[in-house]
Design a protein around this ligand. Structure first.
Ligand code: R5P
Length: 331
């Protein structure tokens, strides 16, 4: 189910930009691009993105961008390699067309799971992708809830790592979770800072699950720390990929006496089979954002709610273009 939280007066909002800007989009998330354009009172720039007969990506920017500050939206979601190449080729086209600056707006930054070597002879794919984006000609990056915050440092250009947390916590506050016997649960040690802030916002207590991955994409719970018995548990994660982390967390929370389990996550990666797992699980509700488009199957499910991230991205673009603070958005 899609939940539209766009402010009613968004069309009246004045775009106080000091300079001209244009919004373009790759093929990863056209619906989100249209929502952001609507928030900003503009339209998505015209660009042709097709294929040559040999399968290579063909791009043509079909509007004059000379001297413009260009914001280019593209999540590097599945098919991740195609979406990365589209992003790089569009940046190249915009640069050669004399755009004044190019900001890559990447709501979901893929290849983020390999952000460090965990054993010998492994790549650091996140750094490689950061290099590619920079070398292609991006001047700035806007993204949301990077899988690992340290990826910010892989870029030598300015990067704004926005947070979906206020959007998610507002949803649960409006749905009577505030100060209401709720325990916020981080499904792994890496998510504790996010879960702690979320718990503070909701007036909830905090629990942490320790997990291990015996193999890539397989999640096993080791232990739960914190009181969950008799409480309503609310899991928060940065992404739901296979759904394994979420389902394993929900199972152990119920075993330990949680009365209900809810969940939220920024990026609905939803690998094949993940939506079915969530729909058939004990999880009462899963709330995600539209950094990645979700399938019709997920949209039809009463259990999965999708919040629009467009107002946050639109506001960040408006502020960056007007040289205003972005961090104030989160104060
Ligand atoms: C930790 O690795 C992440 O924060 C997520 O928990 C994880 O990426 C989710 O992946 P999956 O849904 O495949 O368990």
């Amino acid at each position: 189910m899609e939940v539209n939280l766009l402010p009613k007066n968004h069309l009246l909002r004045e775009v106080e930009s000091k300079v001209n800007f244009m919004l373009f989009s790759g093929n990863s998330n056209p619906h989100l691009a249209a929502e952001i354009a609507s928030y900003l009172g503009t339209s998505v720039g015209k660009a042709f993105i097709g294929r040559f007969a040999n399968g290579e990506i063909q791009v043509k920017i079909e509007e004059n961008v000379r001297g413009q500050h260009v914001f280019l939206l593209q999540s590097t979601s599945t098919p991740v390699n195609d979406h990365i190449m589209e992003l790089l080729i569009m940046i190249d086209a915009l640069r050669r067309a004399s755009a004044r600056t190019i900001t890559a707006v990447i709501p979901y930054f893929g290849y983020a799971k390999q952000e460090k070597k965990t054993s010998g002879r492994e790549p650091i794919s996140a750094k490689l992708v950061a290099n590619l984006i920079t070398v292609a000609g991006a001047d700035r990056v806007i993204t949301i809830d990077l899988h690992a915050a340290a990826i910010q440092g892989f870029f030598d250009i300015p990067l704004d790592n926005l947070m979906a947390l206020p959007l998610l916590s507002d949803y649960f506050t409006k749905n009577r979770f505030k100060n209401n016997n709720t325990v916020v649960v981080s499904p792994d040690a890496g998510g504790v800072a996010r879960a702690r802030t979320f718990a503070e916002r909701l007036g909830a207590t905090l629990a942490i699950i320790f997990k291990r991955r015996p193999r890539p994409d397989i999640s096993e719970v080791i232990e739960v720390v914190g009181e969950v018995k008799g409480k309503r548990a609310l899991i928060i994660d940065d992404m739901i990929s296979t759904g394994g982390t979420l389902i394993a967390a929900a199972e152990i929370l119920q075993e330990r006496g949680a009365v209900e389990v809810y969940a939220c996550g920024t990026h609905p990666v939803f690998a094949p089979g993940a939506v079915e797992m969530v729909v058939h699980s004990q999880i009462k509700e899963l709330v995600v954002t539209n950094t990645i488009p979700v399938s019709d199957q997920a949209l039809k499910s009463e259990k999965i709610q999708v919040l629009s991230i467009a107002p946050l991205l639109g506001e960040a673009i408006r502020r960056i273009n007007g040289n205003q603070s972005v961090s104030e958005l989160f104060n």
